[in-house]
Design a protein around this ligand. Structure first.
Ligand code: HEC
Length: 136
C-alpha cells in the first residue's frame, strides 16, 4: 500500500514536470504563431523595444494598461473614454470586432474571428512589458 502510494506520487510528480515542460514549449510556439499573426497589425502598430506610435498607438505593456493612454498618441474620444483596462478578456473581445467593443473607434480593422489565432496573438502581445522588454 505504501509502495503503491509512493509510486503514484512519483508518477504524479513526473506528470507535473512533463506537463510544465510541454506547456512552456507550447507557450513559445503560441508566441511564435502570435508574432506571425501580429503582421496584420504591423502596418499600424509597433511593439517591442523602441516601439513608436504609428497610425495606431504602440502596444507595449498592454496587459493592465488603460485604454487611450499611450504617451503622445492622439486617440479618438471613443477609445479614450471607453473605460477599458486591457487584459486578456477585454483584448480578446475587442480584437474579434473592434468596432463592436468600442463604437466610434478610428481603428480600421475588421477583426480576427479565429479563437486559436486570438489566443496566440494575446500570448505574443502580453509578453511585452511597458519598456518593450519580454517579461521573464
Ligand atoms: C489600419 C490600421 C490598424 C490596424 C491594421 C490595426 N490597428 Fe489597432 N488601432 C489602430 C488605431 C488608429 C487605433 C486607435 C483607435 C482610436 O483612437 O480610436 C488602434 C487601437 C488599438 C488598441 C487600443 C490601444 C489603446 O491604447 O487603447 C489595441 C489594443 C489595438 N489597436 C490592437 C490591434 C491589434 C492587435 C491589431 C492586429 C490584429 C490591430 N490593432 C490592427 C489602427 C490599426
Amino acid at each position: 500500500m505504501t509502495k503503491l502510494t509512493f509510486g503514484a506520487l512519483v508518477g504524479l510528480a513526473m506528470t507535473a514536470a512533463a506537463s510544465t515542460a510541454i506547456s512552456s514549449k507550447a507557450m513559445a510556439q503560441d508566441a511564435a504563431a502570435g508574432k506571425t499573426s501580429f503582421n496584420k497589425c504591423l502596418a499600424c502598430h509597433a511593439i517591442g523595444e523602441g516601439a513608436k506610435n504609428k497610425v495606431g498607438p504602440e502596444l507595449n505593456g498592454l496587459n493592465g494598461r488603460k485604454s487611450g493612454t499611450a504617451p503622445d498618441y492622439s486617440y479618438s474620444d471613443a477609445n479614450k473614454n471607453s473605460g477599458i483596462t486591457w487584459d486578456e478578456a477585454t483584448f480578446k473581445e475587442y480584437i474579434k470586432d473592434p468596432k463592436a467593443k468600442i463604437p466610434g473607434t478610428k481603428m480600421a480593422f475588421a477583426g480576427i474571428k479565429n479563437e486559436t489565432e486570438i489566443n496566440n496573438l494575446w500570448t505574443f502581445i502580453s509578453q511585452f512589458d511597458k519598456d518593450g522588454k519580454i517579461k521573464q
